[in-house]
Design a protein around this ligand. Structure first.
Ligand code: FAD
Ligand code: UDP
Length: 370
């Protein structure tokens, strides 16, 4: 029997397994119910040889050198700054909204101060910024909110922005300068050989065994190591005793075209029309040289794999009830986007896993094998 079982081979599970094996010298069984490692960051070559992201575009960015240094043990990097255009009123304009967006959309030639004044004149005073609607109308006013955010958010979440916590649309800043990068983090690089290759190196420790196509919750408890790290949905771990926690899903349609490039930038967002939210041409992200190109269309849906926790007060309250059960566990540690019901980016999951490992390592006596 292994010392530990880690449920899930995504960022949360792979970091935990790697740390337990390399720092504590203990054996780890990693199981994932999917037939591959790397969780939602999984990438692979399709039948035409194009490296693509099976679960949608994954762009790595962080402000933490601790996190990029940690991952750098397992990969080389390739610089990549993501850019996104939104299809609005028949034009392609930068999102986050910036000076170019305003000038193009309104046929103006404002400087930075002019854009600031333009937005200030339209912003609606909001006393307490509580919802995802408040965040945007408080900064850019209702018209731009309707053009860029309302429809996209309704599609993505099946909810009006007024029903979602402010943290959701607050992910997207507003700018008055010409910076058209989607992220401004100090470290913006993609794993040079892809995410799956990086995960292979994280899991290469001989103390780690990986079993794919295994649902940990269907394993008889007697067959499972007593010590567990769980990175799946926390409500599933507890058999949904308090009811299902809502997670939003997506269907991905990957289309390969017999041409080298089709989009000017990595992603085009569709806030006003189409059933999909965005289309990504993954070669921008990976830097692969290939005569074909693959596009990924994201269609939001209520059914399917859980991808996004849905940040709103009643869901947080339900999560807290599950979290109370989790806190009482002596031998199970919950980590990651699904198990801690947090809308975390990859770097935040790595940071959370590294911090959880520190707590685990302080709390659990080592087997003494090392
Ligand atoms: P996951 O990657 O979901 O891994 C959990 C794993 O557990 C899964 O593989 C699952 O199969 C397995 N599992 C669950 N239950 C069981 C069970 N009972 N038994 C066995 N295995 C089980 N982040 C960024 O930083 N940049 C981006 O550009 C970005 N883009 C994204 C785009 C999309 C469409 C999505 C959905 C997410 C994106 N993210 C991005 C977020 C990123 O995917 C997550 O932060 C990260 O993958 C979470 O890692 P995790 O290990 O917590 O979860
Ligand atoms: N959003 C929007 N219009 C856009 C881009 C984003 O309304 O063109 C809102 C939407 O609610 C989305 C959220 O901002 O879910 C966060 O956007 P982000 O690009 O960070 O989403 P993710 O990449 O996590 O799906």
């Amino acid at each position: 029997m292994h010392d530990w079982i880690v449920v899930g081979a995504g960022f949360a599970g792979a970091v935990m397994a790697e740390r337990i094996a390399s720092q504590r010298g203990e054996t780890v069984l990693v199981v994932d119910k999917r037939d591959h490692i790397a969780g939602n960051a999984h990438d692979r070559r399709n039948a035409d040889g194009v490296l693509f992201h099976q679960y949608g575009p994954h762009i790595f960015h962080t402000n933490s050198s601790m996190i990029s240094d940690y991952l750098s043990q397992f990969t080389e990097w390739r610089p990549y700054e993501h850019r996104v255009l939104a299809s609005v009123d028949g034009q392609l304009v930068p999102i986050p909204i910036n000076r170019t967006t305003i000038n193009k959309l309104y046929g103006l030639d404002l400087d930075e101060a002019g854009v600031e004044a333009f937005l200030a004149a339209r912003a609606e005073p909001v006393e307490t910024i509580r919802t995802s609607e408040d965040v945007v109308v408080g900064k850019v006013g209702r018209e731009l909110y309707e053009k860029f955010f309302r429809g996209y958010t309704q599609k993505q979440w099946g909810l009006d922005p007024s029903e979602l916590d402010r943290s959701v649309t607050a992910r997207v800043p507003t700018r008055t300068n010409d910076d058209d990068r989607y992220f401004t983090d100090s470290f913006q690089q993609m794993p040079r050989d892809g995410y799956t290759a990086m995960f292979e190196r994280m899991l290469a420790n001989p103390l780690i065994t990986v079993q794919l196509g295994v649902d940990a919750l269907a394993m008889p408890a007697a067959d499972r190591p007593r010590r567990m790290v769980f990175t799946g949905p926390i409500d599933a771990y507890y058999g949904h005793v308090y009811g299902a926690l809502p997670y939003r899903s997506l269907q991905f349609h990957h289309v390969t075209l017999d041409e080298a490039w089709t989009q000017q930038v990595g992603t085009i967002n569709f806030p006003q029309d189409q059933d999909y939210t965005r289309v990504t041409e993954v070669k921008h992200l990976t830097g692969q040289n290939h005569p074909c190109t693959t596009l990924t269309y994201e269609y939001p849906s209520a059914e399917g794999d859980p991808y996004y926790p849905i940040p709103r007060p009643e869901n947080e309250a339900l999560f807290k009830r599950y979290e109370a059960l989790a806190r009482a566990e002596e031998n199970t540690w919950f980590v990651g986007r699904l198990a801690t019901y947090r809308y975390y980016n990859m770097d935040q999951v790595v940071g959370q896993a590294l911090a959880t490992f520190q707590r685990l390592d302080a709390a659990v006596p080592r087997t003494g094998r090392q």
